[in-house]
Each structure stands twice: as structure tokens, then as C-alpha cells.
Design a protein around this ligand. Structure first.
Ligand code: MN
Ligand code: MN
Length: 471
């Protein structure tokens, strides 16, 4: 067959125009499928921030990572970790280049939106046992009703004994449900504003219905629930004050679509990048000293001792400098940060074709079209943004191109339509070069978020290339 000759315009277009291709057109189908299997297993195992931290530490130890507090000497290739309050984890590999040469860091967050129990959760109303809750992170509350929920977390008894609770993940387990109003009586509810269709104080969870048999007792159902809790877990009502109990969707991650191109599952913001960066670290062969940081509390502004605003990173990097034999001073530490480069690995909201009005189609990221490169986040006039320097955007873009990683540039939605932030701003605050990059998802912050398998695998390739940077 004769070779088709391209027109002048076609040639010029190929040379000058930015091309947007599906990540599936970059091949690697076998690898994509294998990687997504492991990813689904991870999502299924890790439904709370404590689950994720435990998974990371357990598997890092298996791979030879040592608690940084027991390491005495700097050695190239040595793998170290630290965990704080069972929620914030940092893993690192010591490089040929020392920490004082600057670090390559991938940061993600292991917390996800969820529904927490209030300090005094248990009550009875109309013969039904219920739990009061307080939601965590930015959720559309109406999405969390009539969905089976697992109850997971810890309770501490009066003698400070820790009790682990996990109910709802096994097939034979009961689940918990926030029951919505029936449509027949929903006339007034339907007239409420969208964000008030279900309000915070209406997120009450069903926990029981059988009364304790004793005529002299009021709130018999509540007493029966307390009896069960005491028999099965040895706890009393007051113990629920010193607890962290979370309700998360009792939904298993599944392939989505006839072509099995997508994954549906809870917590993909941001556990997708936790898993991807962890895998990339395990297979890295770094020149620089590299870290993967898994922060908590991102969904509520990176606050608290385990969030990205805390001084945990200062503490960890000081220990690295100490191992290297540097005198740890504020100026040394801040110099390391200034020489460091970070990928803030978090999800972006993909263009939802059913709601085109909220997106700028020319500056929106598409599901299955590779990693997003997000120069700035924020809202309004870029308030509360990290704004990556063009020099650094250029470096990462070149890295992705050299490694044939599909990527796309964009921002969250139309200007003035909303917005959001990540951990990026808090790392940039320390002087590091930071850019937001990661997969895009549909239905972010819902009980069942959707990602693309090809994006996930390509993010793994991108992160691997970053950790192996030679300059
Ligand atoms: Mn996130
Ligand atoms: Mn989020």
C-alpha cells in the first residue's frame, strides 16, 4: 500500500500543537491490569487512616525499612521509616547524594472524607437505637444516606486499654445505615437547598431495635446495645468519649464499565497516591535521598500534629541530617528544604460530561488521559494556592515527556466556581519547590469514587521516574 503523504498543514500541526491522547494509547495493558489488582486489594484493606498507616509500616518493614530512631550510621541505600500517632508515616531511602544536597519528596494524604461518631453518640428514639455523628471533610451529605457503612476504629477503656473495632467488612458482619426520608413524605425536604437536603444533625445511624427485657427500664434498646458492646468488646458508654470511631462505606472496590477500564471504590482521594507512591518507592533506585510522606488531616486543612502543617517533617529531616553527620541548625534545615523538590500527589476532579457547565473544557483534565499537572490550586483569585514556579513546572513536564508518561494540564473547574487546596501550599511554605500532580477522578469525596486504571499505572511510572532523578 502506498504511504499516505501528509499535507503541509498536518505536518505543521503535528510539530506545533499540544496533543491530548488517551493514556490507554500508551500501551502497557498487561502491567495496567496487574497493578490495578494490587490497588483494589489495598483499597479494600485500608479504609481508615490508621489502616493505611499500619499497612505502610507493616509492608515497609517486610521490605527492610528500619525505624529511623534505631539507625546509627548513614549508609547509601539504607531504608528508613517513622510513624507518628499511628497516622502520619514517612518512608525514605538514603541516597548517594546526602540529605544536605536536598531531597526528592512525594507527598500524599492518607485521610479521606468520612463520618465520625460524636463523643456521646448512643441514644434511643421511638424504639430505635441510633448513633449521633459529625462528618469529616467536605462531603455532599445526601450521598451518604441509604449506603451500607462499616464501623471502624479504636476505643480506650477507663484503664487506657485499647480496643480495636471493625464491623461490616466481612460478608457475615452487620452494617450500619443512615436512613433517608421516604419520597412520599419528602415534599418539604425536596424544597430545601441542595446542600441542606440532608443536614449534619440528620446523619444519624441505625444501630439496633431489640429492647432489653425489663419492665422497670426506660430506653431498653439503648441498654441492649450497651450490653452487646460490653459483652463483645468490654466497653461501657463512657468509653466512647475516648474513641475514634469512623463510619466508612461498606462497599468493595470493583471494576467499572464493560471494558473494565475504571475502578470504583471509597477513599481514592487520596489513597490512590498513597499506594502508587509507596509502590514507586519500593522499586526505586534513587541517586538522591528520597522520601514519601503520607500525611493525615488534609481533608480538614492539614491541621493537627499529624497534618502537613505540623513540624513532623522538620523532626524527620533533622534526624536524617544527624545521621549524615551535619550539625542540625535551623539554617541547615531550611537550606535542605530550599534545595528539595516535591510532587504533591493528590487527585484532581475530572471533567464530568454530564455537568459541562462547571468546567472550562480547555483547562480541564479528563479521566483516562494521564497525570494532571496542576500549576496552581486555590479558589477565587487563586487564594490559598500553591503556585508552582514555571522553572519547576518545566522540569517536571520534561521528565514526564522523556519517560513517555501521558499527562495533561488543567485546573479544577471554571474560575469562581469553587476550588480547593492540597498539602502543596504547606510544603512550599518551607521553601521547597512543589507542584500538584496526580490522577483525576469522578465523584470525588463520594462514597464511591471513580478512577482510570491507565492513569493509575502511568502515575506509578511518573513517580518512579521522579524518585530516580539524577539532578
Ligand atoms: Mn486529596
Ligand atoms: Mn479531598
Amino acid at each position: 500500500m502506498a504511504k499516505e503523504t501528509k499535507t503541509k498543514g498536518q505536518l505543521l500541526q503535528k510539530k506545533l500543537s499540544k496533543i491530548d491522547k488517551s493514556a490507554w494509547e500508551f500501551g502497557k495493558k498487561q502491567e495496567i491490569i496487574l497493578f490495578s489488582k494490587d490497588y483494589k486489594d489495598f483499597l479494600s484493606e485500608c479504609k481508615t487512616e490508621r489502616d493505611v498507616a499500619e499497612f505502610l509500616v507493616k509492608n515497609a518493614r517486610k521490605e527492610g525499612f528500619k525505624d529511623i530512631d534505631v539507625v546509627r550510621k548513614y549508609k547509601e541505600g539504607l531504608k528508613v521509616y517513622s510513624v507518628f500517632n499511628k497516622k502520619l508515616v514517612v518512608l525514605g531511602i538514603l541516597g548517594k547524594k546526602k540529605p544536605s544536597d536536598g531531597l526528592k519528596i512525594i507527598g500524599s494524604h492518607l485521610d479521606s472524607p468520612r463520618i465520625d461518631l460524636k463523643p456521646n453518640p448512643l441514644y434511643e428514639d421511638q424504639g430505635i437505637g441510633l448513633l449521633k455523628t459529625h462528618y469529616y471533610g467536605g462531603i455532599k451529605k445526601y450521598q451518604w444516606v441509604n449506603v451500607p457503612l462499616e464501623l471502624k476504629g479504636v476505643v480506650f477503656t477507663n484503664d487506657e486499654k485499647k480496643i480495636d473495632i471493625s464491623i461490616g467488612s466481612k460478608k457475615e458482619d452487620p452494617v450500619f445505615v443512615i436512613s433517608d426520608l421516604l419520597p412520599h413524605l419528602g415534599k418539604d425536604q425536596a424544597n430545601r437547598k441542595g446542600y441542606k437536603v440532608v443536614e449534619g444533625e440528620e446523619l444519624n445511624v441505625l444501630i439496633g431495635n431489640i429492647p432489653f427485657e425489663d419492665e422497670k427500664i426506660e430506653e431498653k434498646v439503648k441498654l441492649n446495645i450497651l450490653k452487646i458492646l460490653n459483652e463483645q468488646y468490654g466497653i461501657k458508654e463512657e468509653d466512647l468519649v475516648s474513641a475514634e470511631l469512623e463510619l466508612v462505606p461498606a462497599l468493595e472496590p470493583r471494576d467499572v464499565g464493560l471494558d473494565r477500564s475504571m475502578i470504583g471504590g471509597y477513599g481514592q482521594d487520596d489513597r490512590s497516591h498513597v499506594f502508587i507512591s509507596f509502590k514507586a518507592l519500593l522499586t526505586a533506585n534513587p541517586t538522591y535521598t528520597v522520601l514519601t510522606c503520607f500525611f493525615d488531616k488534609e481533608e480538614i486543612g492539614s491541621e493537627s500534629s499529624t497534618g502537613a502543617q505540623s513540624l513532623f517533617l522538620e523532626n524527620f529531616v533533622s534526624k536524617l541530617l544527624d545521621l549524615e553527620g551535619c550539625e542540625v541548625k535551623y539554617s541547615t534545615l531550611s537550606e535542605v528544604f530550599r534545595k528539595s523538590e516535591v510532587l504533591s500527589a493528590d487527585v484532581d476532579g475530572a471533567f464530568n460530561p454530564t455537568y459541562p457547565d462547571v468546567h472550562d473544557p480547555k483547562n480541564s483534565t479528563r479521566l483516562g488521559h494521564g497525570l494532571c499537572l496542576t500549576k496552581y490550586t486555590g479558589s477565587g483569585g487563586k487564594y490559598n494556592a500553591n503556585d508552582a514556579h514555571a522553572e519547576y513546572v518545566s522540569k517536571i513536564r520534561t521528565l514526564y515527556n522523556q519517560n513517555k508518561v501521558p499527562w495533561q494540564a488543567g485546573e479544577l473547574g471554571k474560575v469562581d466556581f469553587g476550588g480547593g487546596g492540597t498539602i502543596a501550599a504547606y510544603l512550599a511554605h518551607r521553601g521547597m519547590n512543589v507542584i500538584d500532580t496526580g490522577i483525576s477522578v469522578l465523584g470525588m469525596h463520594s462514597p464511591y469514587e471513580i478512577s482510570s486504571k491507565a492513569d493509575i499505572y502511568q502515575a506509578f511510572r511518573a513517580f518512579s521516574a521522579f524518585l530516580n532523578l539524577k539532578k
